[in-house]
Design a protein around this ligand. Structure first.
Ligand SMILES: NC(=O)c1ccc[n+]([C@@H]2O[C@H](COP(=O)([O-])OP(=O)(O)OC[C@H]3O[C@@H](n4cnc5c(N)ncnc54)[C@H](O)[C@@H]3O)[C@@H](O)[C@H]2O)c1
Length: 358
């Protein structure tokens, strides 16, 4: 039996509530198919700052580097959101972790479950059949570029948007390869009419397109992409973007799926993969038992497929989610006026329903 080490990083706020269920889903597959999952937990974010003064303690980093996959919740606390002057911050832990693990590719499948078509604020006839796979670059761009500083006695602020050809090439390669397995259409998003880093981005994608003659490549400016995503989401299939544009576009796209609580993501590099919901720590609902655990559970579906090659098991998790939604059960965030009150369930009841099916 092959042992696979999973590090669980609950983080802050609802992170703990939702990763509990992601972990339970993994446990249902442990000991089958020749794979046994072992679990270890570590600190990150505000919780880690409170305990150690460091948003990504060395002990956590060591555990992460020795793991086969990471199940992450979320980081963030209102204390920091309301005081930008605080120097040690939860999100530093997240950015450092991505950098240290070399997680340059963020995959975000935007899958609309038919049962939730009315939970979206977009008209059903525009949404039906939308299925988009985002590739967001994760370790470059304005999030990491130097210099980043205040000048002129604090009256001027500078951030640096920067990309190297190598950084664009490695994420583009993953997107091209994925496009080949889907509808063979790739939309690369940039702002090449204004930004030099975007011109480099487009140049690299155009060069690579020659090696992927079977993939139809479309270049789109970020402003047009933001508009078209709502107007005609079905016109997208695989979308390739930089870090900043991808951050904004994927949150916008979450509305296609009805709620932040439904969307999973995978962050990949050359080794350990990290799997997490796209939502944050949601302190507005933390501790109330109402957080939707499905994004964390769907992150586990991605982990089973990508990190462990367990495609059938991954499909089973997605089917369990689909079935539970078909039965009418909803957490508060995905309920609507037509949901019967006895079908509105909390985090644990929703998690139990999935586990029972698995
Ligand atoms: N990857 C991360 O760790 C990450 C991502 C985004 C935001 N954050 C941090 O999280 C904190 C809160 O940020 P925010 O409010 O902008 O974003 P958020 O994603 O935490 O919440 C946005 C809204 O969606 C709701 N929501 C999110 N997840 C849900 C779930 N699973 N079930 C039901 N409802 C859900 C919340 O209640 C809230 O109304 C901030 O400190 C922010 O920095 C962290």
């Amino acid at each position: 039996m092959k042992e696979q080490k999973i590090v669980v990083l609950p983080g802050d706020g609802i992170g703990k509530e939702v990763t509990t269920w992601g972990k339970k889903v993994l446990e249902t597959f442990s000991g089958k198919n020749g794979i046994r999952f072992t679990f270890d937990e570590a600190l990150i974010g505000h919780t880690a700052i409170e305990a150690t003064g460091n948003p990504l303690p060395d002990e956590t980093l060591q555990k992460l580097k020795a793991s086969d996959a990471v199940l992450f919740g979320a980081v963030g606390h209102p204390k920091y959101d309301n005081d930008p002057s605080l120097k040690v911050r939860p999100e530093q832990g997240l950015l450092k972790m991505r950098k240290e693990l070399g997680l340059y590719a963020n995959l975000r499948p935007i899958r609309l479950f038919d049962e939730l078509i009315h939970a979206s604020s977009i008209k059903p006839e525009i949404l039906k059949g939308a299925d988009i796979l985002f590739f967001r670059e994760l370790t470059g761009d304005v999030y990491f570029g130097e210099p980043r500083e205040r000048r002129d006695n604090g009256n001027v602020a500078v951030d640096t948007m920067i990309y190297s050809k190598m950084e664009v090439r490695r994420i583009a390669k993953r997107a091209f390869e994925a496009a080949r397995t889907r509808s063979k259409k790739l939309t690369s998003v940039d702002k090449a009419n204004v930004l030099e880093s975007s011109r480099l981005w487009r140049e690299v994608v155009q060069e690579m397109a020659k090696d992927y003659a079977d993939v139809e490549v479309e270049h789109m400016f970020i402003d047009t992409a933001a508009m078209k995503l709502i107007k005609d989401p079905r016109s997208f299939d695989v979308v390739l973007t930089g870090n900043l544009f991808g951050d904004i576009l994927t949150d916008e796209a979450s509305q296609i799926a009805g709620s932040m609580g439904m969307l999973a993501s995978a962050s990949l590099g050359d080794q350990t993969g990290l799997y997490e919901p796209i939502h944050g720590s949601a302190y507005d609902i933390s501790g109330k038992g109402v957080a939707n655990p499905l994004a964390s559970i769907l992150s586990v579906a991605l982990m089973l497929d990508i990190s462990f090659g367990l495609k059938a098991e991954s499909a089973k998790v997605i089917q369990a989610v689909e079935q539970t939604l078909k039965e009418g059960f909803r957490t508060r965030d995905i309920a609507d006026a037509t949901t019967a009150t006895d079908k509105i369930v909390g985090t644990d009841a929703m998690g139990e329903k999935i586990i029972k099916k698995l």
